[in-house]
Ligand binder design. Structure first.
Ligand code: FES
Length: 152
């Protein structure tokens, strides 16, 4: 039996006796039923699975369970609610920053971490921050407007 790996998810303590190399996204989606993080490429390249680990954006498909031991993981579900969305979520809703919505988790989680580091970004800085989050529908303009609205 594997040793238990303990950490918090959205402020709630959890422990999992799973292989330490288990991808974090499997634990979040399969064991905790948190479907905010999306499985896209599984290779750390698309950003759909992004979560925050101690406030820093991390790709949960390539984050091993062992690496979050003792740390605070935040998923999309931990940001806000439908009735009281996080300011970044509210900005994405206002600007209609989604088409199919599959990339949206990653866009929002990356934006939350980015605006914490840089609360008043230029458009160029916002573009650069989301450069490695892929959107296949092509709502890049609306996503960029969402980021800048959240920053204002
Ligand atoms: Fe994790 Fe693509 S699913 S980066």
């Amino acid at each position: 039996m594997a040793d238990e790996v303990a950490f918090t998810v959205n402020g709630v303590p959890h422990g999992f006796a799973l292989p330490r190399e288990t991808p974090l996204i499997y634990v979040l989606r399969n064991d905790l039923g948190l479907n905010g993080p999306k499985f896209g490429c599984g290779l750390g390249e698309c950003g759909a699975c992004t979560v925050l680990v101690d406030g820093v954006a991390a790709r949960s498909c390539v984050t091993k369970l062992a690496s979050v031991e003792g740390r605070a993981v935040t998923t999309l579900e931990g940001l806000g609610t439908l009735a009281a969305p996080h300011p970044v979520q509210a900005a994405f809703i206002a600007e209609q920053g989604a088409q199919c919505g599959y990339c949206l988790n990653g866009m929002i989680m990356t934006t939350v971490a980015f605006l914490k580091r840089n609360p008043s970004p230029t458009e160029a800085e916002a573009r650069e921050a989301l450069r490695y989050n892929l959107c296949r529908c092509g709502t890049h303009v609306e996503i960029l407007r969402s980021v800048l609205r959240a920053a204002s």
